[in-house]
Design a binder for this molecule. Structure first.
Ligand code: AMP
Length: 146
């Protein structure tokens, strides 16, 4: 029998819920009525962005179709902007379901990482420089909103 602990109920105090409530700061890239995108604070590569739904979903199993569609459309916008800002053609779209898979924040989110799969850095290890994240968020937002 697996010893992996499983998160089943949505925790209203998870870090992304706090962002959605405006309780903690973050580097916003894009927002609409169903999604929010921001810089990952411990990026696996330069320009690592997270896209979340404004729905209380722990993982993919909980995600409602309208939010799934909205997240994907936001991912497209972010990816196109990442290609321009970071001059990379390769953008990895990653999404972890459950602690066994490596999920650490239990509010559904998609990682968009400008990188090659062969050079991808470690997950959630090293804190980024806040000024650099702020600048990257601004560069991406400027392209998306142009
Ligand atoms: P996962 O392990 O797939 O659940 O990914 C969670 C991601 O959230 C990791 O890549 C973390 O670096 C990122 N993260 C955690 N806290 C914050 C935060 N306060 N702001 C931005 N990203 C965060």
């Amino acid at each position: 029998m697996s010893q992996v602990s499983q998160q089943t109920a949505y925790d209203d105090n998870n870090i992304f819920a706090k962002m959605l409530n405006g309780d903690i700061p973050y580097h916003k890239v894009y927002e609409d009525d169903k999604t929010l995108a921001f810089m990952d604070i411990m990026p696996q590569a330069e320009g690592h962005v997270l896209v979340i739904p404004k729905q209380k979903a722990v993982d993919l199993a909980d995600l409602e179709p309208e939010y799934a569609a909205a997240v994907l459309m936001t991912c497209k916008k972010i990816m196109q902007a990442q290609r321009q800002v970071f001059k990379r053609e390769g953008i990895i779209q990653m999404q972890l379901n459950g602690s066994e898979a490596g999920q650490t924040v239990f509010h559904y989110h998609v990682h968009l990482i400008p990188s090659s799969i062969h050079e991808l850095g470690k997950h959630a290890i090293k804190m980024a420089n806040q000024d650099e994240l702020a600048e990257q968020a601004q560069q991406l937002a400027a392209i998306i909103n142009a």
